[in-house]
Design a protein around this ligand. Sequence first.
Ligand code: NAD
Length: 474
Amino acid sequence: MSESFDVIVIGAGPAGYVAAIRAAQLGLKTACVDNFTGQDHQPALGGTCLNVGCIPSKALLDSSRQFHNLTHNFAVHGIHTQDASIDVGTMVGRKNKIVKQFTSGISMLFKANKVTSLFGTGKLLQDNVVEVQAADGKITRINAANVIIATGSVPIELPFAKFDGKQVVDNAGALDFDQLPKRFGVIGAGVIGLELGSVWKRLGSEVTILEALPEFLGPADADITRIARKEFTKQGLDIRLGARVGKVEVKANEVHIGYTDQKGDQALVVDKLLVAVGRRAYTDGVLTDGLGVKVDKHGRIEVDQHCWSGVNGVWAIGDCVRGPMLAHKGSEEGVAVAELIAGKAGHVDFNTIPWVIYTEPEIAWVGKTEQQLKEENIPYKIGTFPFAAVGRAVAMNEPVGMVKIIAHAETDRLLGAHMVGPVVSELIAETVVTMEFKGAAEDLARIVHAHPTLSEAVHEAALAVDKRAIHRAN
Ligand code: NAD
């Protein structure tokens, strides 16, 4: 007899582990199956986000930021240093320690919440039986009234640029170089390309980013991307747009790249190449034939707005279903599904999911861009405010960027907020709350914001919607 659970979650990334914890909190007997092994060859919960994504990249972004400030920005404060150097091994070791702390933290949370954690590869069979194959091949079967599939996504590999883990790498590889690559190439000026390109640029690599599309960061608001691109170029990131890579060859420790742009055939030689052209849902082998669960042409499990697959007791959440591939979107879907299973009302509002890119300056947005509103013929009004006029930003020596608030022209309801500047990853939350509460620009404008803080940029941008910003001519 296989052991029975109320809920089995396949995958312990930010979607799966959160779903498991919430289900257990709601009194459901829950198991979570995961097969990720960490650098110490031990099971490591937390999926891509904790092991090779959000958390380790933020650790390296912070180390490289400190180094860059030390070598470029301290003199203005009267602080002078000589012979600053970076020990890449120590930096990567610190990152690994942080990852271990957080992956072990999930194990502790599972214990505290009485989630049964099973190490192995899960496969859904008929009648909600889940087969778990351990690393040694041993098979266990368990079953549950409800199974939540949260198997995540994997990097897309270009057929002519296969990952070799050494010179042609994915995001995980680019987090683990043992020394500074002199020339670092990136294919794809998306979120990963910009974040990891920034890390190695700040440490001293020559960084070239090849982007196939003619425009930069298409999904973001054009006013924001214009400022960001200017700043990245000032920092020395060589971003080449309209660059279609057709050939990648590794020769004598060098990566030779052939691409075409408006001017014709071009060549680039680098020491390491990161391919960051997007991710694809990872659902290979997780469903046995004949279950009735549908998979679309991108490999994503088809679900309705409640993450239900249409098959009794089978749900799917996170990167392996439609919607943006963002950890927080997956986590909220995990909470919503656990609550629906427990008979409560679970819901995720896709209109208020914030986006953040952890470059310097940071980029963050929520809601509609000005371009989208134009296309949808929705009347709008705009208020902007530059960080150059915010005392705290100037005192921090980070007066770059702005906040742009977009409200409905007639109702004043907040439709979007777009930011580039210092710590906007945190500032965006206030506008998300306003949108969730169906608030108006005037609501933001009437809220008291502490002085001096960076949040005054949000306040002033909201005031500017009504042409009454105080610290700038309207
Ligand atoms: P992405 O979709 O953000 O960017 C990929 C870029 O590669 C696009 O601009 C695309 O036009 C370009 N591209 C595609 N094929 C190309 C080619 N042959 N040559 C040149 N350019 C090409 O994908 P990503 O940066 O790989 O990130 C993957 C996913 O992970 C994204 O969905 C992202 O949202 C998520 N992610 C999010 C964060 C964050 O929230 N801060 C961080 C990392 C990753």
